[in-house]
Design a binder for this molecule. Structure first.
Ligand code: ZN
Length: 125
């Protein structure tokens, strides 16, 4: 069931996108952290990334991992203010004190990963 679902997700992502970016997460290290281990294994990140990689290759898509030390969750995607407080994973939403934007943690991080990925590939406008 789970693997089947992952295949659906990875196929859709590859079908709909020419460029696919993710963080180069230290999954093995994270699984050793008991607080993170269960949720990571539940969503099978490792398997999802594996599928994205080979399906991207097969479909002439570009799959690229952003450096794991890039602080995607801490940086405001509008003004680059770095909010160290968001190192705390329980903070799911925050407001940038400089720009005033209210962020969902994951959405802000995904915009940063996209922007950084485009920069890495020298495609940023
Ligand atoms: Zn900001």
């Amino acid at each position: 069931m789970r693997v089947d679902n992952l295949h659906k997700i990875s196929s859709q992502i590859v079908k709909e996108n020419q460029f696919i970016f993710s963080e180069d997460l230290n999954i093995k290290g994270m699984v050793k952290n008991p607080k993170l281990a269960k949720s990571i294994q539940d969503v099978s990140w490792y398997e999802l990334i594996r599928q994205l990689q080979y399906k991207s290759k097969r479909n002439n898509r570009v799959y690229h991992k952003v450096d794991r030390f890039y602080a995607s969750s801490q940086i405001c995607n509008n003004c680059n203010y770095k909010n160290e407080k968001t190192k705390n994973l329980s903070i799911r939403k925050w407001t940038c004190p400089e720009f005033g934007t209210y962020y969902n943690r994951d959405i802000n991080a995904s915009i940063n990963i996209l922007n950084q990925g485009l920069k890495d590939l020298e495609l940023a406008v």
